[in-house]
Every structure is written in structure tokens, then in C-alpha cells.
Write a protein that binds this ligand. Structure first.
Ligand SMILES: O=C(CO)COP(=O)(O)O
Length: 214
């Protein structure tokens, strides 16, 4: 199971979380990545943790003020990017364009979706993975795997029906090893989470618990 920690715009110390994630990945052998603010990518990557961007724009080098260029996030040390997060929805054509952009410097890609139909549509665009995250459960205390197990199972089936090579991740409310195991049992091969780590008093302890069942 891949554990992808999205720091969103939370007021945590991205380097401290990254160091904890790096250490827990090293000691457990689990795959853990951290997706900080774009401005913090280099500092996070310098810790040695696997580093992801939260978004890249559907643009090439050129006159695109305010964009997040895929090559720039890769230069800063990112190896993957989220796209179409529930809090940063983009048009279908732009998801496609951002996937093309991410592919240029070889970034791995996870496209977020609200439900199985969107997961299937996202899978058709050929990302490495689709992450299903019901918006109403994001930031809450109850994991998607216990609150809505069917959405994970149905999304896994929907994605597999479109393209067997696309992985299915899930997220929203994931904060414990039990949640990660439950997600795996439902057919997910990764989890996407944020507040459980970014808002924790002791992110290292939460990360250790998250990977305890992997
Ligand atoms: O949106 C999410 C991860 O990208 C999920 O957020 P929470 O883990 O805070 O529910």
C-alpha cells in the first residue's frame, strides 16, 4: 500500500513531516510520499522523502504566468503529482493536458475523483492511479473505508473495467493502520490522506500507525 500524504495548505512544518515520513518509510519499508505546497517542494525533497506536487498546470514552457510547470516541480525534486483534487477541480481537457505535461519530465500521476463514474472517466485518460475521495468525508474523522466501503469497491471495479493498469487509491478520513488495512481489503492499492497527519500533534506516531498493517 502506498501512503500519500497531502499537506494541502495546512499550517504544519512541511520539513518536519517530511523527515518523519522519510524515517518511517525507512524503518518500515513502506512507500510513503509527501505532497507539500509547490513553494516547499525543494525543501521537502531535500529530506530524501518521496515528494509529490499537489497539481501541475496543462502548459508547456512559455507565457503562462501563475502556472505550475511540470518540469519545474520535477527540477525541485517531485517524482509525482496529484491532479483534479476535490479542492482544486479542473476541466476534463485540462486533466488530459496536465497528464501530458506530467509525462514530459516523467512524473507519476494520480487523478482524484468523487465517485465510481468519475473514477472510470479519469482512468480512461491513462494516469498511473485514480484516487476516489468522497468530498463530504474529506477532513472528517471517519474513514471512507468504513463510512462508504461500496464507493471504494465500486471504484476499483470501474477503474479495472476501463484499464487494468491503472491503480485505485482511496482517501478521506484515513488516519490509522486499521483504515489502511480496510482500504486494502476493499481493493485499494494506496491511500491519500491529509488532516490525520498534517494536523496531528505527533505526525511521526500517526505515520507509524498508518503503516503498521502494511
Ligand atoms: O483530501 C484528502 C487527501 O488529498 C483527504 O483529506 P483528509 O485525510 O483530511 O480527509
Amino acid at each position: 500500500m502506498f501512503v500519500l500524504v497531502n499537506l494541502k495548505a495546512y499550517p504544519c512544518d512541511p520539513v518536519a513531516v517530511a523527515e518523519a515520513a522519510r524515517d518511517v518509510a525507512d524503518e518500515s519499508g513502506a512507500r510513503i510520499a509527501v505532497a507539500p505546497q509547490a513553494a516547499h517542494l525543494a525543501a521537502v525533497a531535500d529530506t530524501g522523502v518521496e515528494t509529490w506536487a499537489q497539481h501541475v498546470s496543462p502548459v508547456e514552457h512559455g507565457s503562462h504566468t501563475g502556472s505550475t510547470l511540470a518540469e519545474a516541480v520535477a527540477d525541485a525534486g517531485a517524482v509525482g503529482t496529484l491532479l483534479n483534487h476535490s479542492e482544486n477541480r479542473i476541466k476534463l481537457a485540462d486533466i488530459d493536458g496536465s497528464l501530458v505535461a506530467a509525462d514530459r519530465p516523467g512524473l507519476e500521476t494520480v487523478v482524484c475523483a468523487n465517485n465510481p463514474d468519475q473514477a472510470a472517466a479519469a482512468a480512461a485518460l491513462g494516469p498511473d492511479a485514480v484516487a476516489v475521495e468522497p468530498p463530504e468525508l474529506i477532513g472528517g474523522d471517519v474513514s471512507v473505508a468504513s463510512a462508504d466501503p461500496a464507493i471504494v469497491e465500486d471504484s476499483a471495479a470501474a477503474v479495472a473495467a476501463v484499464d487494468d493498469d491503472v491503480d485505485l487509491f482511496c482517501g478521506a478520513g484515513v488516519s490509522s493502520g486499521e483504515d489502511v488495512s480496510a482500504a486494502a481489503d476493499l481493493g485499494a492499492s494506496g491511500v491519500l490522506l491529509a488532516s490525520g497527519v498534517a494536523k496531528a500533534d505527533d505526525p511521526r506516531a500517526v505515520l507509524r500507525d498508518l503503516v503498521s498493517g502494511i
